[in-house]
Design a protein around this ligand. Structure first.
Ligand code: ADP
Ligand code: MG
Length: 462
């Protein structure tokens, strides 16, 4: 093996080309041309191959469908295992250098510094910007308030700014756009984005690890704290208390707080009175389902971004028929684009109709990963901590992997988020678990039956 620095440039490129050759021999020409031909090597540091792919959709697809094929090919060609990381062309690579949960894996006395700027904006999707947020009557107030806060964080009367509204209406997009904008405007701004579930998980882990003061120092060191979906704080007394103190501290120090909720503040049952009154001291704005023109503009914008031509009547069909949720609207268009790109289907109103009916909107957002974990732990008669613990006992691994599988299937959470809930595991571990469950489902009918029963139960009780 030649060290990366001394290797000539062509060699570097030929590493991935060699891997591609092996893949080509082991898959159909159609699969190869669709999924592998458009990939390119970005860098290779002897541990990780970073591979450039056209978009996020590609990256997720490759990870979920071809990770075995790829790792086998790497092993065969390189002679040893390397991590393969897909970097969508439309986004910068996620900097996963830091996460509070990494405290877990840090050996004692070797703590990472908590106050490095690069640590903060790691969780923000760079594609969520103000520029590609379509403004209409349904969301212009929320948009304007978000812009104002992003312009002068901590300096407006809008602290906290709270955005509420139904699922799929752009709350996460807006709150992350604030983060992206502020960092671009003033590099070094310490922005941290987390869902309230992640905040809760960090908090619980920090207590278990005796790191409560690091937890508190980290959250209090943000210039802008973006906390998504605060309805998840309901009935979590200790977490609310910790959040209350963090909140006060940030507010007193003129740091910006932005929160989202899926319902109005006065309907946040299970949240303490003192928190609710703090929330009302800032600005509360709502996002409503977009009107027809806005829906159509969102679809047109997405077509422009992708460079694919979809006829106007197809877009209109979608805008007329999918009215309540932008995520579903976009999802339908993505499906049409995928079919047009990969199966050479014609983008007709007929196709739009088929896809729109298929997408009968399952509301995946109501089910939380925590709820799934609680239920799976109970079904396997294990304490829930075991699902987060390091232990590799057979029965526990089985339960843990089943819970990850159900979390992937029944929620919209990313592999990274799912990994975090299971004691801060890496997303590749989650992928590996999903593969194991897939295999076990084929080989073990009793396990398959049990998993199916759990899935049904969770579906009906969501
Ligand atoms: P929420 O957090 O309210 O459930 P998201 O912010 O996740 O919703 O939005 C769902 C999807 O819809 C995202 O891909 C987002 O970019 C898109 N979206 C929502 N509203 C708009 C808008 N006004 N303009 C452009 N895209 C939007
Ligand atoms: Mg959201």
């Amino acid at each position: 093996m030649i060290a990366a620095e001394t290797r000539p440039q062509e060699d570097l490129h030929s590493v991935w080309e060699g891997v591609l050759e092996v893949i080509q021999q082991n898959t159909t020409p159609q699969t190869y041309n669709t999924w592998f031909a458009p990939t390119k090597l970005l860098s290779d540091d002897e541990k990780t191959l970073r591979i450039n792919v056209p978009n996020n959709f590609f990256a997720e697809w490759l990870e979920s469908h071809y990770s075995k094929l790829i790792s086998n090919a790497v092993l065969q060609h390189v002679g040893e295992q390397r991590k393969v990381r897909f970097v969508p062309r439309d986004s910068k690579p996620v900097n996963s250098a830091y996460h509070p949960l990494d405290w877990k894996s840090e050996p004692a006395g070797n703590q990472k510094p908590l106050h490095t700027d690069a640590l903060y904006s790691t969780r923000i999707n760079e594609r969520y910007t103000f520029e590609n947020f379509i403004v209409g009557d349904s969301n212009n107030f929320a948009y304007a308030a978000s812009r104002a806060v992003a312009e002068s964080p901590g300096e407006t009367k809008y602290n906290p700014l709270i955005i509420y509204g139904g699922t799929g209406l752009g709350k996460t997009h807006l709150i992350q756009a604030i983060g992206n904008y502020s960092v671009r405007k003033k590099p070094g701004t310490r922005v941290y984005y987390a869902s309230s579930e992640t905040f809760t998980t960090h908090f619980i882990n920090s207590i278990q690890e005796n790191k409560a003061s690091e937890f508190s120092a980290f959250y209090r060191s943000c210039d802008i704290l973006l906390l998504d979906d605060i309805q998840f704080f309901a009935k979590k007394g200790k977490t609310q208390e910790e959040f209350f103190h963090t909140f006060n501290d940030l507010q007193q120090n003129k740091k910006q707080i932005v929160l989202t909720s899926d319902r109005p503040i006065n309907e946040l049952n299970g949240l303490e009175e003192r928190l609710l009154s703090r929330f009302n001291s800032g600005l509360v704005v709502d996002v409503q389902p977009p009107d027809f023109e806005t829906r159509l503009a969102i679809l047109r914008n997405k077509c422009d971004e992708s460079g694919l031509e979809i006829p106007a009547d197809v877009l209109e069909y979608l805008a007329v028929n999918l009215t309540s949720n932008v995520r579903i609207l976009e999802g339908a268009l993505t499906k049409i684009m995928a079919q047009v790109t990969f199966t050479a289907a014609e983008p007709t109103v007929e196709l739009a109709r088929t896809i729109a009916t298929e997408i009968a909107p399952p509301d995946k957002n109501n089910l939380s990963i925590d709820l799934i974990m609680t239920y799976v732990a109970k079904s396997f008669q294990l304490p829930i901590d075991q699902l987060r613990a390091k232990t590799r006992k057979r029965e526990i691994v089985k339960a843990r992997q089943a819970a990850m599988y159900l979390a992937k299937k029944l929620t919209n959470h990313s592999l990274i988020t799912i990994g975090l809930h299971f004691g801060g595991r890496d997303h590749t571990t989650v992928i590996h678990s999903l593969e194991n469950v897939g295999q076990r489902l084929k080989e073990d009918p009793i396990f398959a039956q049990k998993l199916q029963a759990m899935e049904k139960h969770l579906e009906y009780n969501r």
